[in-house]
Design a protein around this ligand. Structure first.
Ligand code: SAH
Ligand code: SF4
Ligand code: F3S
Length: 496
């Protein structure tokens, strides 16, 4: 039976026994994790559950976990202590999914210390959640549904989105890079891309539903279709060998990805790279903004730069994860670029794309990081003058190469460096905000301010928050606003 058919069978079975049940999904990870949560919510709503923000009222509580840093674990275990009483009081089903469930030591800890948890499932088995839930409901037994092999990408899952203006669309899953600090390749498996037609159809559907901004998601978006293209190459080589009547012991791939996309206007195009995908999505009427996270600097090819330059909807803010500014640390991190190569790439992008800005991720306190190495990081921050910096203290992850390195950095030094980086980042961001004052910015209006009824809020193409006095009619529109002042975390704008 097809996966989606099986999913529907269980969704229908749950519907028959579900009596106005309520659910809550707690998302603990990145945007990909958030996108998975929207699919978990989709499966639950299809099964007749309605959403509640009040955990004490929920009949099903799902944690969608992350394990990229240690604090993600602390958060899960803290929250589990809190939901135990809901299990005791009203028999809520407690389910835990997400990346952390791919870690055996965590699942063992859950079994030993948190026996009230009903279901554990991983990112590779998410599509079977209705089956797990049904079995848990009718048989009242504990369910562990985790696969060690990479799951296929499942198309056609129900989805309930958190927002009505901005949406994220996963274009691939997994990662092949094995940066030495990072757990993601171990828990998400190898890179596999969705077929371009499926991505196009999803974006087209979003446009028709009135969405204005799409963020394309992947751990390394500029490897989109790279593994698949390699497989195709190998297969055509095999074809040729077979034609030549040579024997081969390499099995042909069962499912060959289709690179052809049939567009709404019946035009057919071929998409075989991330750059071409950007160009394709750029042609969808109604979508006004396209963002993507994350590209890897080592794979930032010229065709992608040119696509960003040519596509009016692709925002001119590029998230370009630095991780460290020191060539030595970058080597130990297995990032495959040097400080100079990173800076050269920034210069190349700047020279080709007018007004481009950057945001980044930085880790401080990687094993062996010296004061000099850290100063290299500060130096890159000063040179690139990022619009936004996501800063992390290095966190040891079981099973990664860096966890076994002997030159771990003292916690006190890590924190001290983090604070120095934070002060510099804040100074640079605040100075950078000054360039907006007096300019006119195109702002996608997202809604009302949470604290002031008259104030509306939106974002510039460079993702800066702009607050202004407006009205409800402007929500969901891209409008020009005159920037009148700057503040640390937002700009003030004015209609004109
Ligand atoms: N694939 C993306 C992001 C992966 S996770 C990329 O390569 O950019 C998001 C961020 O978490 C990373 O960019 C990195 O800065 C941070 N991170 C990953 N592992 C970490 C660790 N062990 N300790 C601290 N930060 C980490
Ligand atoms: Fe982790 Fe590196 Fe892959 Fe990003 S590229 S997910 S940091 S291994
Ligand atoms: Fe995302 Fe965390 Fe998994 S960053 S991919 S949810 S480990």
């Amino acid at each position: 039976m097809k996966i989606i058919e099986m999913q529907n069978t269980y969704i229908n079975k749950i519907k028959q026994i579900n009596k106005n049940g309520k659910y809550a999904v707690l998302t603990m990870g990145c945007q990909l994790n958030e996108n998975d949560s929207e699919k978990i919510a989709g499966m639950l709503e299809a099964s007749g559950y309605t959403k509640t923000d009040d955990l004490s009222q929920a009949n099903v509580i799902v944690f969608n976990t992350c394990c990229v840093r240690e604090n993600a674990e602390d958060r899960l275990f803290g929250k589990l202590g809190e939901v135990k009483k809901y299990k005791e009081n009203n028999g809520a089903i407690i389910a835990i999914g997400g990346c952390m469930m791919q870690e055996k030591h965590i699942v063992n800890k859950l079994k030993q210390s948190y026996p009230f948890v009903d279901i554990v499932f991983g990112p590779h088995t998410m599509q079977d959640f209705p089956k797990d839930l049904y079995n848990s409901l009718v048989e009242n037994k504990k369910i562990e549904d985790i696969l060690d092999i990479d799951g296929n990408i499942i198309e056609g899952m129900p989805i309930v989105r958190n927002d009505s203006i901005k949406a994220s669309v996963a274009i691939m899953n997994g990662c092949n890079n094995f940066c030495t600090y990072c757990i993601v390749p171990y828990v998400r498996g190898r890179e596999r891309s969705r077929a371009p037609q499926d991505i196009y159809d999803e974006c087209l559907d979003l446009a028709k539903k009135g969405y204005k901004e799409i963020t394309l998601l992947g751990q390394n978006v500029n490897s989109y279709l790279v593994s698949e293209m390699k497989q195709l190459d190998e297969n055509s080589f095999e074809d040729k060998k077979q034609k030549d009547n040579e024997t081969s012991n390499v099995e042909l791939n069962q499912e060959i990805i289709n690179l052809k996309v049939k567009k709404e206007n019946s035009e057919e195009v071929e998409v075989n790279s991330f750059a071409k995908l950007l160009r394709l999505i750029n042609t969808i009427d109604g979508i006004e903004r396209i963002r993507f996270i994350s590209p890897h600097p080592k794979d930032f090819t010229d065709d992608v730069i040119e696509a960003i330059r040519d596509c009016d909807k692709v925002c001119n803010l590029i998230h370009l994860p630095l991780q460290s500014g020191s060539t030595n640390v970058l080597k130990a991190m297995n990032r495959k670029y040097t400080k100079e190569q990173y800076l050269n790439l920034v210069e190349k992008i700047k020279s080709k794309i007018p007004n481009v800005q950057f945001s980044t991720d930085i880790i401080v306190g990687f094993p062996g990081e010296t004061e000099e190495d850290f100063e290299d990081t500060l130096d890159v921050v000063k040179k690139v003058r990022y619009e936004q910096i996501f800063m992390f203290i290095y966190s040891r992850r079981v099973g990664t190469v860096a966890d076994k390195m002997e030159n771990q950095i003292d916690e006190k030094i890590k924190h001290e460096r983090f604070n120095r980086l934070k002060s510099l980042a804040e100074k640079i961001i605040e100075e950078g905000n000054k360039k907006y004052v007096g300019t006119v910015q195109k702002v996608l209006v997202e809604g009302k301010s949470k604290t002031n009824d008259k104030i509306y809020t939106g974002r510039t193409e460079t993702n800066k928050v702009v607050n202004f006095e407006g009205n409800n009619d402007l929500i969901g529109k891209v409008i020009p606003l005159k920037i009148i002042s700057e503040h640390m975390w937002y700009l003030k704008g004015k209609l004109f």
